[in-house]
Each structure stands twice: as C-alpha cells, then as structure tokens.
Design a binder for this molecule. Structure first.
Ligand SMILES: Nc1ncnc2c1ncn2[C@@H]1O[C@H](COP(=O)(O)OP(=O)(O)OP(=O)(O)O)[C@@H](O)[C@H]1O
Length: 535
C-alpha cells in the first residue's frame, strides 16, 4: 500500500499514543490489534481502524483490509458482463430531452411544456409549486464535485424519478415518492442530501459538526448500502457519514458521530438506543429520509420512527417506496402539512422488466422443483436469490442446495451476526456464492446489481412484499426473471396475485386460475400466519 493511499487517523493516534504516526502502515489484518471501546473499527474485520482509506473515507486496519474494501466496492458496482460501468435506464422516447441551450435548467418552459415533459417521462405529481423536472444533473445547481462523483459512478443522466424528485427536494419540498423497484430512488434523496449538507457545512464556521441529515431504512443491509453510496457521492466534499445499525459495536458508532458527520444512516431501533443512552445533538438535522416508507410506517417500526421524528426540529421530510398505499399516504400526510406527491412508473406493481413465471407446486415437492431449476442449464441464471419464509428454512434449504446440487449456497437472515451478514453479502456480491437463500431481509431496497433471477420459494405474507422480492431481479430496466412457487397454502393472496399477474401479462397456472379460493381470498392478504419481522 502506498503511504499516500492510507492516512493515519489523527484521532486514533491519540488512542494509540502516537503509534500510528511512528510505525509503518500495517500490511496484514492480523498484525493489527483489537479495538478498545470507543475506538474506530475497521469496516472489514472490526479490528482497530487505525487508518482512514482516502478513497472511501472508511476506517480500516491495514493494507489487506483496504484492498478487500476496494475490491468489494468495485465488484458491487460491476455490471454482469463486466463491460464498462455505464449504466442505462429504459428511455423509450428521445424527444423528452428538450434542448436547454443555456444549460440552466428548464425554468423557461411553459406549463404546457412541463406537463408534456412529465407525461413523456411518465411522472405524475400532486401538490403546490412543484418545480419542473430537470433534464440533466448539470442543470440543477449541485456542487461540481458531486457532479463529478455522479459521473464517476456511471450516472450520465438522471432517471425519471430523479428528474423530478431531485429539483423538488433541492427547493425544500416535503415529498412522498413512489417509483418502481430499481428506478434510482436512492440517488433521488442522496443527491439533495449531499448537495445541501456540504453547502451548509462549508458555510459554517463553528467547530461543532452536528449531524445535518438522517436516512432511516428497515434493514442493516440496506443501510450499509445507502451509506456506501452516500460516501461515494460525497467524496471530496465536506460530507461525512455514520452508519448506525444493530450488530455493530455502539461505541464505534457514537465515536464516529461525535467526530462530526453530516449524515447518519441507520435502522430505527439502534438509533433510538443511541439517542436515549447518549447525548447526541440533533437540532441541526434539517433533512429526514424514510426509505421504504411503507415498511417504516408499519406497526413495528412506526412508533420508533415517530419518536425519532419528534426528536428533530421540523426537518424537510422525504419518503420513498415502490409500494405506497392510501394508509401510508395518510400517515405520511400527518408528518407534513404541505406534502407533495411524485409517482413514477406503475405503483404497487412488479417491475415490468422482470418476467414473472408462476409454478403451481405442492409444498412437499418444492425442494425437488428448486433443485431441478438450479441444475438446469436452460433455467438457472446465477447469481440467484431464493426467498423463503423463515430463518430456519433458509439455513436448511441452503444446506440442502449445497449437498444436492453442489452449488455454493449461503443463507442470510436476522439471526446471523452482523459479521456473518456482511461476509455473506460480500461473497454473494463478489460472485463467490451463486445461490443466496434469504428471508424478507433482502427483499427491500438492496441493490443486487448482478442478480437477474429471483426464486420466491415461499410466497410472502403480502403482495407488496412480493413486488419488492421480484424487484431484486432487475435494476434500471435490465431484464430479469422471477419464479414463484404457489399452492393452496397461499390461497389468501390468490385474488390479488391473479390480478397482478394479469396486469403484468404473466401466464397464470391452471390450478390458480381455476381455484375455488380465488373468489374468497382477502385482498389485504390477512389470515396468513404472521412472521417475525426480519431486519
Ligand atoms: N442516473 C443513474 N444513472 C445510472 N445508474 C443509476 C442512476 N441512478 C441509479 N442508478 C443505479 O441503478 C440501480 C438502482 O438504483 P436504486 O437502488 O437507487 O433503485 P431503487 O429505486 O432504490 O430500487 P429499490 O426500490 O429496489 O430499492 C443502482 O445500481 C444505482 O447505482
């Protein structure tokens, strides 16, 4: 490792009595000592995070872990066929690219032009004084460094939801946004956050760097990913992040926040834990994001989210999901009186780029059917995510897959340690594991860039969870396939399922189409045994 790539962390030098500055950079992870309470930890191995990786701003312990970190990031971003990382999205109509000669945005567009532009990019809005969609990242007055970082990530043009949500967030609108899975919602809130927070910080003269923004998300995996992306976008700007999730040592998280960060990304439970036990000043938080808002406002999370919301001083609130129902709109509306609504694509529907295949298979035959798919040259498209209904089921099935098919399979669920979850995810993202068997933990928001096939082995409790699970098979309009195993045990969801399959043009198995339960099934999906939330 070249010395200039890994800088000794000044704060950590205080803890190590100057040792970090005097001695050469550690080569191997096992040469590094364990972290003491309150000290920074290596994001890869959890040892003493003596250095800051200048490329990612993460705490790391050695050259070895730095390399692991960088290759994970590179792999996580690598497209399936290893072609250069220029990302596409399904732009069907070139002519919406209205020429803006002065490149200053579309302020001069007439209302009619704005409306026809929205129509062409399939954006619907509701609310007062909503700015027009932006045509390019350069037309929305974001810091040039952020623009460079977007380009560096392969973001050449904003996706439709970004075109509308970014300018609206930049002018301070409170928003509820519904957009298809894989349509770029994350950058829709991270771009405004990085832009605003780095601007505020650069204007501040005080030494105290209190958090300015917060993103709440339901799972640790999603938080890890959002924080990673925030770091990439904020690189080179006065913009630091803290990840606050269960399973990692709390001391390190508090230490990081106290060192001064602009953004906190976390799960509600751990955040409440930290806020109630430690004196963290939140008065400066001016932006709050609820990612997967329908999940965050559901029983289980709602009270914690409200508690955090009430601890803040009326921040701008941005809420996002691919599935938003009237009840969510009602609760979201109660958080802000002048909320605007943005919707892109077909809300509450599986992503159109995913071909849905539904197979009627009795429970006792499901394993056999799965093994057939996984061993079929024609049907198996690794890496594959298999969704099951329980943690034990995930463990047993992943073992059975390895034993029966010889494929490398892993399970990932809420009972695993954070270390196991991190390692499992990275092995999967790096292509070392071809089948990941998981509970709902990976259903929402997680950007599995290389995955093009999802197998829903156990139908989830609700159609909206099914929509999110299917969504893992496609990013930005890339084609994918989902295979759902269904039988009479899922009868409560039959009516909604058939409706959604019909509207997607998917074939419906004869047994399902002719089922006597079709008439009686409950569209709310009630009645199925409730499973423990797995986040
Ligand atoms: N403007 C863009 N240009 C190129 N790639 C983009 C752009 N915006 C987002 N992406 C990439 O598209 C993929 C999907 O984005 P993202 O994860 O934000 O989708 P999402 O709408 O949040 O999906 P989900 O509902 O599944 O969480 C990611 O790999 C992201 O890096």
């Amino acid at each position: 490792m070249e010395e200039n790539k890994v800088k000794p962390c000044m704060e950590s030098a205080v803890f190590s009595n100057g040792e970090a500055e005097a001695s050469p950079v550690r080569e191997k992870c096992y040469d590094q000592r364990e972290a003491l309470p309150g000290e920074p930890r290596c994001v890869i191995c959890g040892r003493y995070g003596e250095y800051i990786c200048d490329e990612t701003d993460d705490d790391i312990c050695s050259t070895e872990c730095k390399q692991t970190l960088l290759s994970r990031l590179a792999n996580a971003r690598k497209p399936v066929d290893s072609t250069p990382p220029v990302k596409k999205f399904p732009v069907r109509d070139e002519c919406f690219y209205v020429k803006d000669d002065d490149a200053s945005g579309c302020d001069y567009l007439t209302n009619f032009q704005i409306e026809s532009l929205r129509k062409k990019i399939n954006i619907h809005v509701k609310g007062e004084s909503i700015p027009p969609p932006m045509l390019s990242f350069s037309s929305c007055n974001i810091p040039s460094k952020l623009h460079e970082n977007l380009e560096g990530s392969g973001y050449e043009m904003p996706t439709p939801v970004q075109m509308q949500a970014i300018p609206a967030a930049l002018v301070g609108k409170n928003m509820l946004v519904s957009a298809d899975t894989g349509s770029g919602k994350t950058a829709s809130y991270l771009v405004p956050i990085v832009s605003k927070c780095s601007h505020i910080r650069s204007q501040q003269h005080s030494e105290q760097k209190r958090p300015l923004a917060m993103v709440l998300a339901p799972t640790r995996e999603l938080c890890v990913q959002v924080e990673e992306q925030a770091k990439v976008l904020g690189k080179g700007l006065p913009f630091k992040t803290a990840l606050v999730v269960g399973g990692d040592a709390m001391a390190g998280q508090i230490y990081r926040i106290r060192q001064g960060v602009e953004l906190i990304v976390g799960t509600p439970g751990r955040l409440i834990d930290i806020l109630t036990k430690h004196d963290i000043e939140l008065d400066d938080v001016c932006m709050l994001v609820l990612d997967e808002v329908d999940c965050m406002l559901q029983r289980g999370f709602r009270d914690q989210v409200m508690q955090i919301f009430l601890a803040l001083s009326q921040p701008q609130i941005l809420m996002f999901s691919a599935t938003i129902y009237p009840e969510v709109e009602r609760v979201a509306g109660s958080l802000s009186k002048d909320l605007i609504y943005v919707s892109s694509g077909k809300p509450n529907r599986p992503n159109e780029s995913v071909k849905q295949v539904v197979i009627w298979v009795e429970s006792r035959h499901k394993k056999k059917k799965l093994f057939e798919i996984l061993t079929s040259k024609q049907h198996f498209r690794p890496p594959v995510v298999v969704f099951v209904g329980s943690r034990l089921g995930a463990d047993l099935l992943s073992e059975a897959i390895t034993v029966t098919t010889g494929l490398k399979a892993l399970s990932l669920h809420g009972e695993k340690t954070m270390k196991e979850r991190r390692e499992g995810m990275s092995q999967f993202l790096m292509g070392e594991v071809s089948v990941m068997v998981t509970t709902g933990i990976l259903a929402r928001g997680v950007d599995l860039v290389q995955v093009r096939q999802v197998i829903v082995f156990d139908m989830p409790n609700s159609i909206k969870e099914y929509v999110h699970q299917v969504g893992r098979a496609s990013r930005l309009g890339e084609e994918g396939t989902s295979i759902l195993f269904v039988n009479e045990e899922n009868k409560k969801l039959f009516r909604e399922l058939v409706e959604i399959l019909r509207s997607s043009g998917a074939a419906i198995p004869r047994e399902l189409a002719n089922s006597r339960y079709l008439v009686y099934s409950n569209p709310q999906g009630g009645g199925q045994k409730k499973r423990k939330r797995d986040c």
